[in-house]
Design a protein around this ligand. Structure first.
Ligand SMILES: Cc1cc2nc3c(=O)[nH]c(=O)nc-3n(C[C@H](O)[C@H](O)[C@H](O)COP(=O)(O)O)c2cc1C
Length: 204
């Protein structure tokens, strides 16, 4: 099957992309507006960007009416956000927080999630998430205006919280202990419980 994105609707392009770029990690992004409204939403167009500077990237699309989602609006207002990771035990709560609710209501309340204070930024963390990355906005690139328009957000990681129980004897988080979920196409998710190791090839 050959697909020319210029010949199909952007909804179909989206369906292709979320099925073939898979599995995707989920950034559960907490923010706060300038006037103090707390927000939380999942974003799976998400990746680490690099270690120098420590950086992450995620991509909020514009809403169907062309407006920015609350997460992006808040980040542009305050320059701050926290990326919380999603373990299997919090998958249903994460899904609840993807509901489009009025900006003056908090997804923390909707999903019954406790907040924890961050160290370097104002947005709260998800208290039960085992890893929280406190970030400051470095770059925002809008790729297109209007409905579905993509945005790239790059954040500098100012501080990492890693739950002690998720750290193994190497001193780093253990993927098996974290038990994170990934997003596939449609409504499907995967767990990180079926893993295998590969040694890196030697360079001559
Ligand atoms: C697992 C998951 C991943 C998602 N990933 C994205 C994404 O990468 N980009 C996006 O614009 N919306 C994504 N969404 C939809 C947003 O979470 C949803 O539009 C949410 O209402 C945005 O909330 P906000 O306006 O409070 O930021 C995702 C939803 C789910 C459940």
């Amino acid at each position: 099957m050959d697909v020319d994105p210029s010949q199909i609707s952007s909804a179909s392009v989206y369906q292709h992309l979320i099925r073939v770029i898979s599995p995707r990690p989920i950034a559960w992004v907490s923010t706060v507006s300038r006037d103090g409204r707390y927000n939380l939403a999942p974003y799976s167009f998400f990746s680490g960007a690099g270690s120098r500077p420590p950086s992450v990237v995620f991509c909020p699309a514009n809403r169907r009416d062309g407006s920015s989602k609350d997460t992006l609006q808040n980040i542009l207002e305050t320059g701050e956000f926290v990326i919380n990771v999603v373990p299997f035990l919090l998958a249903e709560a994460m899904n609840l927080t993807s509901a489009e609710i009025p900006s003056d209501e908090s997804e923390f309340d909707l999903a019954g999630l406790a907040m924890a204070e961050s160290r370097t930024v104002k947005p709260s963390r998800v208290a039960d998430s085992p890893v929280c990355l406190e970030c400051r906005l470095m770059h925002h690139w809008p790729l297109a205006d209007g409905p579905g328009g993509a945005n790239i957000v790059v954040g500098r990681v100012e501080f990492l919280h890693i739950a002690d129980w998720a750290v193994d004897e190497s001193g780093f988080a253990d993927p098996g202990l974290l038990d994170l979920v990934g997003r596939l196409g449609g409504q499907s998710y995967c767990r990180t419980t079926d893993r295998f190791d590969l040694d890196r090839p030697r360079t001559p």
